[in-house]
Design a protein around this ligand. Structure first.
Ligand SMILES: Cc1cc2nc3c(=O)[nH]c(=O)nc-3n(C[C@H](O)[C@H](O)[C@H](O)COP(=O)(O)OP(=O)(O)OC[C@H]3O[C@@H](n4cnc5c(N)ncnc54)[C@H](O)[C@@H]3O)c2cc1C
Length: 472
């Protein structure tokens, strides 16, 4: 296995100093995975030509003579088809992962867009800095994090990832380069954050890191029973930076909507800011399709809930298990077998958030399809900078399901319709199933967004939800 630790030279390399080789650190092993390029859900699977980028000038030159359309991609950690392009060209950015500049006074870090959050953390943590927003895995690229305008456990206080991007360079297929910030080319800044890779290639970006003095998190986990208790805990934790909940969505009756509320702040006690250990465990094979079923998931959920004997547990936890518990086992998506998994993530605004969440949880329990990973969180009201960003104030719930074609897709159709009735929307980064009418009602601004699309770039997602074919 190739080490995931990036070897940082004494000083920051510039793009022209590094030899033009494919990245041989984390990204090639952890990331691109076996050919063909797959998304994390391993559904759908499409053939595409992979064009690896190494230099900031590679695009659009690399597409000369190519008549099919293209799509920039990172680590393929999106679950569905936002990072896929059937029979097209995938501009693989993970070889473009150099650090460009860092200012320890301001915390501003500039890096090429193919760098992963894992690589940025390896650089930043020993220097006393942390990411302003972290998703549930650190194996995503800077460009991917911007293009999906990702959110984390601190959405209620920090908003989305894009809010912390001060500027980036966008390269269009006509060769033009736009410096984008809230004040310069601001319309492309807004269209590209959450813009699903369709407005151009993000070459590099500047991100504002936050200072820390310890790797540790002052952590508390609290059992809850039902959505009212979840909402009370959410209310009580407004001043805590990170909150997220695991919810048991297989149980009914008195155990309906029980869960564990997890909250934490960066510890203020000075501590050794050492590098993270390298991941050692790899999920070794594709599990058989029957391994995750209602019975095994219900047993897991009961065990997970009761693992915490006391209602409240307070501890000091390293940031790795707090932010990235799933990263401990590489390729854990193989647990779902070769058919893959579907993720369903909605946000429902506060007016209907409680009612909608209860109705959707009942629908899931009724379906007999149990979700192994169910994550519940309240989004705050910090506005998202992206025209197409997913988060808005309300409750968000993310559910993973193994694909059982006769059951999963009809369930997803019902859940998406319910989300629409409750005034919510689904997250494209997690989606492989929403229909064009559903997408267009979730994101009525999609036609306005389409004006900023690069004519060469498209994705299987975009074609699916708009019917829009590339204009080249
Ligand atoms: C275990 C797990 C946990 C997760 N937890 C969260 C979470 O808590 N919150 C959350 O918001 N998301 C979460 N995600 C989703 C993930 O953060 C996003 O899908 C992220 O965008 C993936 O980044 P990537 O580098 O893998 O990009 P890819 O999946 O390869 O691509 C994502 C999008 O970015 C575009 N893109 C990539 N690079 C560029 C570039 N240089 N220029 C322009 N466009 C580009 C692609 O075209 C595509 O549309 C999670 C995913 C996993 C597997």
């Amino acid at each position: 296995m190739v080490s995931h630790t990036i070897g940082y030279p004494e000083r920051m390399p510039t793009a022209t100093e590094n030899p033009p080789k494919r990245n041989t650190t984390a990204s090639s092993e952890l990331v691109a995975g076996p050919a063909p390029f797959e998304s994390w859900g391993r559904y759908p699977t499409y053939g595409a030509k992979i064009l690896p980028l190494h230099w900031q000038g590679d695009f659009p030159a690399i597409t000369t003579g190519i008549h099919d359309s293209a799509l920039p991609v990172g680590m393929g950690r999106s679950y569905g088809d936002v990072c896929l392009l059937k029979d097209g060209n995938l501009l693989l950015t993970t070889g473009m992962n150099r650090l460009i500049a860092f200012d320890a006074e301001t915390g501003l870090l500039t890096a090429e867009a193919g760098i992963t959050l894992a690589q940025m953390l390896d650089f930043a943590v020993p220097r006393g800095f942390f990411l302003p927003v972290s998703p549930g895995t650190k194996y995503v690229t800077l460009g991917g994090a911007i293009a999906n305008d990702i959110h984390g456990k601190n959405h209620h206080s920090a908003g989305t990832f894009g809010r912390h991007i001060t500027e980036f360079e966008l390269v269009r297929s006509d060769g033009s380069r736009l410096l984008c910030s809230p004040t310069e080319n601001s319309e492309f800044y807004a269209a590209t954050i959450g813009g699903l890779g369709l407005t151009g290639l993000i070459n590099w970006a500047t991100l504002r890191l936050k200072p820390i003095v310890s790797r540790m998190i002052d952590y508390e986990s609290i059992q809850f029973h039902g959505i009212d208790e979840f909402l009370d805990l959410t209310d009580q934790s407004k001043d805590i930076e990170y909150t997220v909940s695991w919810i048991d969505c297989a149980s009914t009756g008195k155990n309906f909507a029980r869960g564990i509320f997890m909250q934490g702040d960066h510890s203020m006690r000075r501590d050794d800011l050492k590098l993270s250990p390298k991941p050692k465990l790899v999920f070794p094979f594709d599990a058989p399709g029957f391994a995750l079923n209602h019975t095994t998931v219900s047993l897991f959920n009961a065990a997970f809930f009761h693992k915490q004997i006391h209602k409240r547990v307070v501890s000091l936890l390293d940031y790795e298990p707090f932010f990235y518990p799933l990263d401990k086992i590489l390729h854990w998506n193989r647990m779902y077998g070769t058919r893959g998994l579907l993720q369903f993530q909605y946000v429902i605004p506060w007016d209907n958030a409680k009612e909608g969440t209860i109705a959707i949880l009942h629908e899931v329990a009724k379906s007999g399809l149990a979700s192994f990973l169910a994550v519940l969180k309240a989004f705050g009201d910090v506005p998202s900078p992206g025209m197409m960003s997913f988060p808005k104030p309300g409750i968000t719930l993310a559910l993973d399901f193994p694909i059982k074609p006769d059951k999963s897709f009809p369930l997803f159709g019902r859940l998406a319709d319910m989300t629409r009735e409750f005034g919510g929307r689904l997250y494209p980064a997690k989606d492989a199933a929403m229909t064009a009418p559903q997408f267009q009602s979730f994101y009525p601004q999609w036609e306005q967004f389409a004006h900023y699309r690069d004519p060469m770039l498209t994705s299987s997602f975009w074609e699916r939800v708009t019917g829009d074919k590339p204009g080249i």
